[in-house]
Design a binder for this molecule. Sequence first.
Ligand SMILES: NC(=O)c1ccc[n+]([C@@H]2O[C@H](COP(=O)([O-])OP(=O)(O)OC[C@H]3O[C@@H](n4cnc5c(N)ncnc54)[C@H](OP(=O)(O)O)[C@@H]3O)[C@@H](O)[C@H]2O)c1
Length: 353
Amino acid sequence: MDRLKVGILGATGLVGQVFAYFLDRHPWFEVTYVGASKASAGKRYLDAIHYKLVSISDEVGELIVQEVKPDKVPKDLKIVFSALPSGVAKDIELELVRRGFTVISNAAPMRLDDEVPLINPEVNWDHLKLLEVQRRKGWRGTLVKNPNCTTAILTLSLKPIADMYGIRKVIVTSMQSVSGAGFPGVSSLQIIDNIIPFIEKEEEKMQTETLKIMGKLKDEKVKWASFKVSATCTRVPTLEGHMISVFVETEREVNMSELIKAMENFKSKPQELKLPTAPERPIVVRKEKDRPQTRLDRWIERGMSVVVGRLREETALDRGVKYVALGHNLARGAAGIAVVIAELMYKLGYMEA
Ligand SMILES: NC(=O)c1ccc[n+]([C@@H]2O[C@H](COP(=O)([O-])OP(=O)(O)OC[C@H]3O[C@@H](n4cnc5c(N)ncnc54)[C@H](OP(=O)(O)O)[C@@H]3O)[C@@H](O)[C@H]2O)c1
């Protein structure tokens, strides 16, 4: 079978190169286009990456970077993965959709739009049905978003809790690595020996995107979940991997051993379909008292699992559970799930071959 041609926008950045890592020798997709800003255009891809995080083979590495211009993006691309900065993403992505492309994007604009599916594959793959609304409204192409990195980690960890006990409140504090801020991100003078207790717009994203993702699809609309989310987001001096401390008030009493078993056995559509980039264990539960740890646990299952530990009964809220979770911001939180979304769309027939 010929592989489908795909492109990466913002390929030279942190998320972009993790796209290249997941798409390298992919069984169904072949990267034939890498796009970035004018400054990188004309360079060999491997030479244009600012900060190398993962190893990338010559198949993708030898491509020549193109300046992203919607009218110059090759028409034979079946999927365009976007890792563009928020400030430029909206216009470029919408123009590509107008030209008939399928765009799967990491950038924040339009994540909350009614007709745009915001997908964390194991949590709400069924929201892809919104693509039928896009079609009916006459869109030539397709736009799918994946969530903010920390929200992706939070919602996967919440899914079994919501299914079993119902959720009333979530209180969460994030400890987010520096790679979450892109390149060059925060300066070394700001972050070494320091924690910064504020990340622009991050708390709002966690508080809204969580409710859209955990919402239910009804009459081709997402009815947002109605529980309350209160978030504090901090930047800490780790390189990759975001840790979150979570307190959940549930509707019903939690049985801890039953919940641990449900988290360990949690599987969803991507596992059922055996998608190439989906982790075998979306949630990995660590029972040691000092896990998860960022350095030890962030790359479990190629960074696609969320590692949950310190599961305890919640004592200050009415009833519920508290825990710590860790996820790789560039894999589970960005490029990895965008690739799983593409695999889902391919397998579920949302893409013509
Ligand atoms: N980092 C994370 O953990 C994370 C997680 C989830 C979502 N996101 C989102 O993903 C996107 C990418 O983030 P990142 O961390 O990978 O950022 P990054 O490392 O700063 O990379 C940005 C990329 O966009 C390109 N670019 C910049 N301006 C451009 C323009 N005008 N036209 C075309 N390309 C342009 C850059 O190309 P040059 O190299 O040529 O400058 C680079 O390839 C952002 O929207 C971010 O919010 C990031």
